[in-house]
Design a binder for this molecule. Structure first.
Ligand SMILES: C[S@@+](CC[C@H](N)C(=O)[O-])C[C@H]1O[C@@H](n2cnc3c(N)ncnc32)[C@H](O)[C@@H]1O
Length: 226
């Protein structure tokens, strides 16, 4: 297992800020609106096996399971502190969700394990190399025809949105966030052999443009991407 944390960035950059993450996302980012839209676009069905990659405090994970109780939902994150908060929220909800600690670029799941992989605000935490390694892993664990649904910072659609995003860049670092604001996530999805890569929505937020993306592993894919 590859547990290299050299480039690891916690939810709000500093571990001591993790406890504030849900408040920031709720009060300043109005996260429910775009996370519900992400879940809707995935057209989940009964018995779908779903992975929420970089689940953090599990807000998106819970929206998935609450919206589609007949799915089998797993959340994975590398941060034990965020997972502790996630565990408490899940336990209060009474829902059956599996939580795993692990790294996005070295997933502890067999090939073709999931029908859908979601990821909310993970990719801007990863170096370009880790974005690429993570996409290879997502491709591997998705079944042929399975889908990847991502909400993350996208290309700023106004000067105001570009300026707002500097705050995220100061906090999370320029090297991991530049690819996002330069609109490169879809390029990486295509490069990792995903098909029908689409930016489905954009939201103007206090910290910049939040983009939703969807893409699909080809239905006749017998090999993992190299
Ligand atoms: C901004 S938070 C997003 C949390 C949640 N998905 C959401 O939408 O609110 C980013 C999360 O990615 C996790 N993370 C960062 N790098 C990771 C990696 N290499 N592997 C797994 N999780 C990672 C962090 O611990 C953090 O919980």
């Amino acid at each position: 297992m590859n547990d290299d944390r050299t480039n690891y960035i916690p939810a709000l950059r500093y571990e001591w800020l993790t406890g504030l993450y849900d408040t920031v996302m709720d009060k300043l980012m109005h996260e429910t609106e775009f996370k519900q839209a992400l879940v809707r676009q995935a057209r989940l069905a009964k018995n779908h096996r779903v992975l929420d990659l970089g689940c953090g405090t599990a807000t998106l994970t819970l929206i998935i399971k609450q919206s589609f109780p007949n799915t089998e939902v797993t959340g994975l994150d590398g941060d034990p502190k965020a997972l502790g908060i996630a565990k408490e929220k899940i336990s209060r909800s009474g829902l059956n969700i599996t939580l795993d600690e692990g790294m996005a670029f070295d997933l502890p799941y067999p090939d073709n394990s999931f029908d859908r992989v979601f990821s909310g605000l993970l990719f801007h935490h990863l170096t370009r190399e880790d974005k690429e390694r993570t996409l290879k892993e997502v491709y591997r664990v998705l079944r042929p025809g399975g889908e990847l649904h991502v909400a993350d910072w996208g290309k700023a659609n106004s000067v105001k949105m570009r300026l707002a995003f500097f705050l995220v860049q100061f906090l999370d670092g320029f090297s991991t966030t530049s690819d996002n604001v330069n609109g490169l996530l879809p390029v990486f999805f295509n490069k990792a052999d995903f098909q029908d890569v689409t930016e489905t929505a954009r939201y103007a937020t206090i910290f910049g443009t939040m983009s939703l993306y969807k893409s699909r592993k080809p239905a006749h894919s017998f090999m993992t991407a190299t």
